[in-house]
Design a protein around this ligand. Structure first.
Ligand code: HEM
Length: 353
């Protein structure tokens, strides 16, 4: 059991999906920070107010490294947390070490480099949409699998030079890592090892055959007078970059499309003038705050800016195939996504035929 100075006031169920969303309402009603106990035997504060999170994220007293800061925490103890916290990555490092890792990655994610990815994103989107156009116009299909999930994962795999034969394994690992309560225990226990093996395979390949991709870039990256990233640092850095970078963007596209389809007036307004941004509160914390602010925020925004308008331009009569509140949540305590996004395309070419 991990030490905790305050007696927990509530027990949190770490199952995902609807269970997680309904718990959030309950926890919110209990206050801005709730001392909670998880069934896996660890305790944590659940912070339920954006303004409190905003103040905590950049605070030097807040650490993301469970291994060093939570008394009694044993790496590997909580299987679904392992890939996120039992690593030495940007996400878990603090202070000078964190700054070093950020500085090594920064040249790979400059605004110029990210903006230069637009043509590739447009190409991937166009290919996926071409494929969708061959599908029957009035038969429900899962847009999450056929489009939202494909675009960011293909982009990230391209960017990091993940070879075609390794991609199914990387995507499988991601699925297992994110599905925190619907995966057999043995699969869940093995996935941390699988993740290490897959990333080492990628690194070995790029050591033998460096190419114009970000894995090769990170292999060669070094700061003045400092050693390059160690093998383990590379492994721990690559998977979050490839995996988190794609899955979060998948959710952004899924939620945007679902909300626009559920609110046709808003969709009409946005399509008439895509440059509007009507939200009143722009101080959201979706990309975090402070030193850990998401280094991929610009790329995520760009991907959504390409994916969503291209989809509606090709399928202006796109519609949800189920009621908005029937769109299922995934079995995940980590990913705020949909399990599937059933739509009908209703494309004109076939309708007119
Ligand atoms: C809609 C899409 C995205 C969302 C909502 C998102 C959200 C976030 C948030 C909230 C954090 C801060 C976590 C913290 O404070 O500990 C973060 C960090 C991070 N994000 Fe993203 N992200 C997205 C896309 C991306 C992309 C496309 C990439 C890769 C190119 C990426 C790579 C990272 C990395 C490496 C970190 C760790 C940074 C650090 O700890 O210093 N993210 N992201």
């Amino acid at each position: 059991m991990i030490g905790f100075s305050t007696a927990p006031s509530t027990t949190v169920d770490s199952r995902g999906g609807t269970c997680m969303y309904s718990q959030i309402d309950t926890l919110r009603a209990q206050g801005p920070a709730v001392a909670a106990e998880f069934p896996e035997g660890f305790r944590a504060w659940v912070v339920t107010r954006g303004e409190v999170v905003r103040r905590l994220l950049p605070h030097p007293g807040v650490s993301r490294d469970l291994k060093k800061n939570v008394p009694g925490y044993e790496p590997g103890e909580v299987k679904w947390l392992s890939p996120w916290v039992d690593v030495e990555s940007m996400s878990t490092a603090e202070g000078r070490e964190h700054q070093r890792l950020r500085e090594l990655v920064a040249p790979a994610l400059t605004p110029e480099r990210i903006d230069a990815m637009r043509p590739r994103l447009e190409e991937i989107a166009a290919n996926l949409l071409d494929d969708l156009e061959t599908r029957p116009p009035d038969e429900p299909l899962d847009l999450h699998t056929a489009y939202s999930q494909q675009l960011p994962t293909r982009l990230q795999c391209d960017l990091y030079g993940v070879p075609e034969d390794l991609r199914p394994e990387v995507l499988r690992i991601l699925r297992v890592v994110l599905n925190t309560d619907n995966v057999p225990a043995e699969e869940s226990a093995a996935v941390f090892t699988d993740m290490n093996v897959a990333m080492r395979t990628l690194i070995d390949l790029k050591r033998r055959e460096p190419a114009d991709d970000l894995t090769s870039f990170l292999l060669a990256a070094r700061l003045d007078g400092e050693a390059p990233l160690s093998e383990q640092e590379l492994v721990d850095m690559l998977f979050p970059l490839i995996g988190d970078g794609s899955q979060t963007t998948v959710s952004l596209i899924d939620h945007t499309v679902r909300e626009l389809l559920a609110n046709p007036d808003q969709l009409k307004t946005v399509l008439a003038d895509p440059s509007r941004i009507d939200r009143e509160n722009e101080e959201h914390i979706a990309f975090g705050a402070g030193p850990h602010f998401c280094p991929g925020a610009r790329l995520a925004r760009l991907a959504a800016h390409v994916a969503v308008p291209a989809l509606f331009a090709r399928f202006p009569d796109l519609a949800l195939a189920v009621a908005p509140d029937e769109v299922r949540s995934p079995h995940s305590f980590i990913a705020n996504d949909v399990a599937a996004l059933p739509v009908v395309l209703r494309h004109r070419a076939v309708k007119a035929a």
